[in-house]
Design a protein around this ligand. Structure first.
Ligand code: NAG
Ligand code: NAG
Ligand code: NAG
Ligand code: NAG
Ligand code: NAG
Ligand code: NAG
Ligand code: NAG
Ligand code: NAG
Length: 621
């Protein structure tokens, strides 16, 4: 046994070689191509450090999934009986065999177990090692790669494990997940004319109680009052704002600016107490930069996404408890140094390991970031999706924006596996069956699927190539695929999980950025709007002594017809095609359509229409 840890601690490189006879027992555990847009640079310095994360197979995922579906199904006796932090740990704890096998392997390779850190359920092991040791341990070679945005990561395309470990290990990272995460709205394909906003405009509304849409809505300058009127939360007064809880997430160095939030609330929620504020949770060296950004950052629109998310949610949920997570790019990866100033790009697992360890979770979490599914290694995607299921089982509604590229940006719709097959490009995590995927709409009151002629933004949707269609979707997806017949046959996967699940406005929101009014949008606007509506629903549920909504889809697919506005117009164009058309009832362009708060409450409280629930609490006047 080598004294690897001592060498690592002194920063010396060590030539650790797994003996040849043991290498023979190795087999490739995961292989994934380099996503388009990344270029290989140098080999890393051998003593650069990797925080290697091993995701052990969870003891009873199928059991966890069964619980998830039971507690989320409105017709099941256990509906709403969400699992606790402890229950989840019991279900996700790996077997003793798995832990023993991995421990033995690490020790054989000179890694003392006192250097290993564990997640609470011991399903994640993390150990910091020089890159040369990781290369030996995984029988691979790392390289430095860079992308068009100048992000630098250290990755490999494939790695191996002893055959005997394959049944025990789901995923090892950082290895072959590169991270092409995009903010769905701040990208160049988002709302291109966001700079065209002028100075502050006086908004005289702040919960006026008006139900007259044409009086409060301008469909090319969409205010929070308009959204609250359109989706009918405008007269609702939260009853248990200290008990209820909602969150947004930030990646890619985005900060949600307190000052801009204040200005937004003072303009668009005049009734709000000026001290109302979201709290900030920093994950893995995420940023919370409240200082004046340099002009280049402002020019690029850094922070626009984060601002839009908190402002949209805050406008809907005031005075409800509200937090925002900023996850650092890229940990856990390399320790930053001169040669590698930035870490790798691995946002989801990093955020998940933080949030899953918490006992006090938000009931709704909205995320406006996504990756092209095909650029994410499948074992990584499955593990992230399985961890999202844990949050659902604990009663969290997870909303993910579907992307701003329709079925894929024109001219880019090729498989990335070297074969260049033409195909639609689904987005992850929206494609995970345990989350609720939110698409965008425009026009008021007759909503259609969003597009923006000025900047090629089209609401995203599609069918996953990684996740099969969940049973809750069977009826509606089969009906829709039957209706479109052979349209685009061969460009998408008929057996995959289809999304979006629902939609909301995603066009020309009026928000505040760097002290000024801007128009912004994207499906990244739609997701926080749905978060706002559902947080008010949770308020009504909690006030009535009932559990929160939790994982929404089983309820949604049973009852949405009663509670959502069907979106029947528009197409999610892309890949040089007309994409998927919206149709009557559920479709791959808009899901079930947009929320109607009153009808959602009517459904949940077993009454016919809006307002007649739980004795009429909560309505103003
Ligand atoms: C709605 O508002 C518009 C514009 O202010 C006004 O012309 C119309 O009369 C209003 N309709 C109702 C029913 O109040
Ligand atoms: C609607 O908003 C646009 C800005 O997008 C503005 O030019 C127009 O004057 C507004 N219309 C009304 C009736 O206020
Ligand atoms: C994020 O911010 C950090 C510190 O402010 C900076 O060093 C890094 O280059 C930024 N990364 C990206 C991708 O903008
Ligand atoms: C697809 O559309 C893009 C932009 O509209 C164009 O540049 C490209 O040539 C088109 N590709 C095909 C195969 O038609
Ligand atoms: C696939 O396309 C890339 C450019 O996007 C090209 O470099 C490569 O040669 C193509 N491969 C095949 C098999 O056509
Ligand atoms: C289509 O989806 C199924 C189910 O998820 C999957 O097994 C299959 O590999 C996918 N096909 C392609 C071509 O990606
Ligand atoms: C954030 O708010 C501060 C005032 O607190 C302001 O000076 C700064 O410009 C804002 N940053 C951005 C990126 O808007
Ligand atoms: C993408 O291709 C479609 C179909 O060819 C076309 O109608 C659309 O204008 C294109 N979009 C862009 C932004 O070029």
């Amino acid at each position: 046994m080598r004294v690897l840890n001592v060498l690592a601690l002194t920063g010396l490189a060590t030539a650790l070689a797994v003996p040849l006879e043991r290498k023979a027992e190795y087999a490739v555990h995961s292989e994934h191509f380099v996503p388009r847009g990344w270029r290989r640079l140098d080999t890393p310095r051998p003593d650069d450090t990797i925080a290697l994360r091993l995701g052990l197979k969870q003891g009873s995922f199928h059991e966890l999934e069964r619980h998830l579906y039971e507690v989320s199904d409105p017709d099941h006796p256990r509906y709403g009986q969400h699992l606790s932090h402890g229950d989840i740990q019991g279900l996700t704890r790996p077997s003793e065999d798995a832990l023993d096998a991995v421990h033995e392997w690490l020790q054989e390779n000179g890694i003392y177990l006192d250097r290993v850190q564990y997640s609470p359920a011991r399903d994640w092991l993390t150990v910091a090692l020089p890159v040369s040791d990781v290369e030996d341990l995984l029988d691979t070679n790392y390289h430095e790669y860079t992308n068009d945005e100048g992000v630098r990561v250290v990755r490999t395309t494939k790695y191996s494990l002893p055959r005997s470990l394959h049944e025990h290990v789901d995923v090892v990272q950082p290895t072959n997940y590169f991270g092409n995460t995009k903010a769905l709205g701040a990208s160049p394909f988002g709302m291109g004319d966001w700079k065209s906003g002028g100075d502050h405009q006086p908004w005289h509304h702040g919960g006026s109680g008006s139900q007259n849409l044409s009086a409060v809505c301008n469909e090319t300058a969409v205010t929070n009052l308009c959204l609250r009127t359109l989706y009918k939360t405008v007269d609702y007064v939260p009853q248990v704002p200290g008990k209820n809880y909602v969150a947004t997430t930030n990646y890619l160095n985005q900060t949600a600016n307190y000052s801009d939030f204040h200005i937004f609330m003072s303009e668009q929620r005049k009734d709000a107490d000026p001290s109302y504020q979201y709290s900030y949770q920093i994950v893995a060296d995420g940023v919370n930069n409240q200082n004046m950004e340099p002009p280049e950052a402002l020019e690029m629109g850094l922070d626009l996404e984060a601002n839009q998310d908190v402002q949209t949610v805050g406008g809907f949920v005031y005075p409800t408890r509200f937090t925002t997570y900023s996850t650092g790019g890229l940990s856990p990866v390399f320790t930053p140094d001169l040669q590698y100033p930035t870490n790798g790009n691995e946002p989801y697992l990093t955020w998940l390991s933080y949030v899953l360890a918490q006992k006090d979770l938000p009931y709704v979490i909205s995320t406006s970031y996504a990756d092209d599914e095909q650029t994410v290694p499948i074992n990584y995607a499955r593990r992230v999706c399985a961890e999202l299921a844990q949050l659902g089982a604990r009663g969290v509604t997870l909303l993910f924006a579907t992307g701003d590229y329709g079925v894929g940006t024109n001219g880019t719709c090729l498989s990335n596996d070297g074969k260049n097959t033409t195909k639609f490009l689904p987005m992850f995590p929206a494609s995970c069956p345990y989350v609720t995927a939110v698409g965008g709409t425009r026009n008021i009151p007759e909503e259609v699927v969003t597009w923006d002629e000025s900047n090629s933004f089209v609401s995203g949707g599609g069918l996953s190539n990684y996740f099969p269609r969940p049973a809750y979707q069977d009826g509606v997806v089969e009906k829709y695929l039957g209706e479109i017949g052979s349209l685009h046959e061969g460009l998408y996967n008929r057996t995959g999980r289809a999304y979006p699940d629902l939609s909301a406005q995603g066009y020309r929101y009026q928000i505040v950025y760097a002290g000024q009014t801007f128009f912004f949008g994207g499906t990244s606007a739609a997701a926080p709007t749905v978060a706002g509506v559902l947080t008010n629903v949770n308020d009504a549920l909690l006030a009535a002594g009932r559990p929160p909504l939790g994982f929404l889809n089983p309820w949604l697919y049973k009852n949405a017809g009663r509670a959502f506005n069907d979106v029947k117009g528009g197409n999610i164009w892309g890949c040089n095609t007309s994409g998927f058309p919206a149709k009557e009832e559920w479709d791959v362009a808009s899901g079930f359509g947009t929320p109607d708060f009153g009808r959602i409450l009517g459904d949940l409280f077993g009454k016919g229409g809006g307002g007649e629930y739980g004795g009429g609490h909560g309505w103003k006047g």
